[in-house]
Design a protein around this ligand. Structure first.
Ligand code: FAD
Length: 396
């Protein structure tokens, strides 16, 4: 049997370990933490959004670069993931927003335990508390606490570089660069963005949500919710644009995004409602006729001058497109995911590293992006599944 070592114990590694043919490979999984799947459990704290329910070709468009990711989703789709979980006795349900979660009586730790149990049943060995630290001079895998391992195949699944407390700190970057592998700089993705709030505004509105809004940046539109924080804005609507905004922040000092506070109404509808109002005060019209909440009205006042506020036509136009200036992105460590990682031209179509023989890399340690909504976990699960299928057929 060939010796196969997996480094990392997140979702990409777990599905791989569960699917590898253990009659063909002697599989050892090394995880630096004392327990597996720490980030998976953190994801569970906000509701473990496992994947998203939509037709696969539409689903694929949410990934960047989508042409790189597409083949993995065609081989292991969102419905395949649901079926895979169901087989492990992990029932799922589709929420109202089409997000897929484990059934509500199942805690994230129970989901993780069921997956780990299935892996153990296949005879995979676990080496916990075992940090990989590079290669020995003769090419063996080096670890902090155990003897170097001689492995025929190694699969790296060490995650990205956010939420370091979970073990995914991107500390592996230098080790790959020393071997000539290009690793793109890590930056926050699915993260908060900094806004220069007026003191008065933030005192009144910190922590308040802006529900059912739409954001536009550079022809990209995202809908959902925002939360006003002391730092700026966070929430799924801005997370979805994080990669595009970050691209611009590489060269520009600030970015202007546009917020539509009434995406379900056209400009003409808003104008007509405004004009037919029986109220005399602008704030009363905004509140009672246009149904804007206090924070939305506060935001409008914050970003438009008195002239706009006293001009109904201009005001209505601004409701559909409030210009909001972003100064910077939030910290990498607080971000839900990271941009950057191993450059995609460093691996072939089967995830094999071109410069390191018999080594593969999967999951968030590669340089791809997806918004929240279950797309990140599905990306990692699909890669792990597809690589296992490939390795199981290797040399047949
Ligand atoms: C707050 C939060 C909420 C999230 N919510 C969701 C969600 O609801 N839905 C969704 O789809 N995604 C969500 N995500 C993202 C998702 O959790 C990640 O994309 C996913 O866990 C990445 O999987 P991975 O297997 O690539 O790496 P990780 O899960 O990061 O696992 C990598 C593992 O490798 C180990 N490791 C690292 N270096 C070494 C080393 N040198 N030696 C040995 N082991 C090492 C780490 O300890 C870690 O356990 C969330 C993330 C966060 C932070």
């Amino acid at each position: 049997m060939k010796k196969l070592t997996i480094i990392g114990g997140g979702p990409a590694a777990l599905i791989l370990a569960a699917e590898l043919d253990t009659t063909k490979y002697k599989v050892t999984l090394c995880e630096r933490k004392k327990t597996m799947g720490r980030k998976f459990l953190v994801a569970g704290e906000g509701g473990l959004n496992l994947t998203y329910n939509s037709p696969i070709e539409e689903f694929i468009t949410h990934y960047f670069p989508s042409d790189f990711m597409a083949p993995f989703f065609r081989q292991f789709t969102n419905t395949d993931l649901i079926a895979w979980l169901n087989e492990l006795d992990i029932p799922t349900f589709i929420g109202s927003s089409n997000r897929v979660f484990p059934e509500s009586d199942l805690k994230p730790i129970e989901v993780l335990n069921k997956i780990v149990h299935a892996i153990k049943a296949r005879g995979v060995s676990f080496q916990l508390d075992t940090k990989w630290i590079g290669w020995t001079a003769d090419g063996r895998l080096s670890f902090e606490n155990i003897e170097a391992i001689d492995s025929d195949i190694v699969i790296f699944a060490m995650g990205g570089s956010s939420w370091k407390v979970t073990g995914s700190d991107g500390g592996w970057k230098n080790l790959f660069e020393e071997r000539g592998v290009k690793v793109q700089q890590f930056r926050a993705a699915n993260c908060a963005f900094e806004i220069d709030w007026d003191k008065d505004f933030i005192e009144k509105h910190e922590g308040k949500p802006l529900k059912n809004i739409a954001l536009t940046y550079d022809k990209h539109i995202s809908t959902g919710e925002l939360v006003i924080s002391k730092f700026g804005l966070e929430g799924n609507a801005i997370y979805a644009l994080s990669q595009k905004i970050q691209e611009t922040l590489l060269t520009e000092k600030s970015v202007i995004i546009h917020l539509d506070l009434k995406p379900t109404m056209t400009l003409a509808q808003l104008r007509s409602k405004y004009k037919s109002s029986s109220q005399s005060k602008v704030t009363a019209i905004l509140k009672n006729d246009l149904n804007l909440d206090r924070s939305s009205i506060g935001l409008l006042k914050h970003f438009c001058g008195k002239e706009t506020f006293s001009n109904p036509d201009l005001l209505v136009q601004t409701i559909k497109s409030v210009p909001v200036t972003i100064k910077s992105a939030g910290g990498l460590d607080e971000a839900i995911s990271s941009l950057g990682g191993i450059a995609l031209d460093e691996i072939d179509e089967n995830f094999q590293l071109r410069k390191i023989p018999s080594a593969y890399a999967i999951g968030e340690m590669l340089d791809w992006y997806a918004p929240t909504g279950g797309y990140l976990l599905q990306g990692c699960f699909s890669m792990g599944f597809v690589l296992a299928a490939y390795l199981n057929k290797l040399d047949e």
